[in-house]
Ligand binder design. Sequence first.
Ligand code: HEC
Length: 155
Amino acid sequence: MSGRPRRARRWCAAVTCCVALTAARLHEAPAFAHTAGILDAAAFTTTDGRQIYERVCRGCHMPMAGGAMGAGRYPALAHNPALMSRRYMALTILTGRRNMPAFGARHAVGYGGPAMVLSAPQIAAVTNYVRSHFGNHYNDPITADEVQELDPAPR
Ligand code: HEC
């Protein structure tokens, strides 16, 4: 007997919740697009290698760093013997390589917007993260100073 009103009340609560969530999302959407876009360098200051990988590299190199074949060839970073050289990897990120965009301040190019630039500490962090994850076991991390040395600023 009392089942129906209770169900109705629950349904009502669900709808209210849904409306609230949608409203919150609508409200947040423009802010999110503005601050968390892949090209918004200003808001991107983390030096957490995993976060950098997920926000900047994963779109091309894929979630498990498995690479992809499609409109282009995105090499796998998982189990990748080329990453044996920490300098090779850091230099690739700094200056780019063929279809791989450059992320160093002096090399990055914006495509219709500000360029996505990673600092030396950020490049060191993501290099060290990838070289010690996804089946890579290189235990000679690179330092931010070493990254900086690969790309000395003009004096
Ligand atoms: C827009 C797509 C794109 C993004 C974003 C991107 N890459 Fe790449 N990356 C590529 C492509 C394409 C190549 C292959 C370049 C070539 O032809 O040698 C590559 C190559 C590499 C290589 C060399 C692999 C090898 O076997 O020689 C490394 C290391 C690498 N990327 C790391 C990264 C890291 C770390 C990030 C994030 C900071 C990143 N990439 C972001 C597209 C991308």
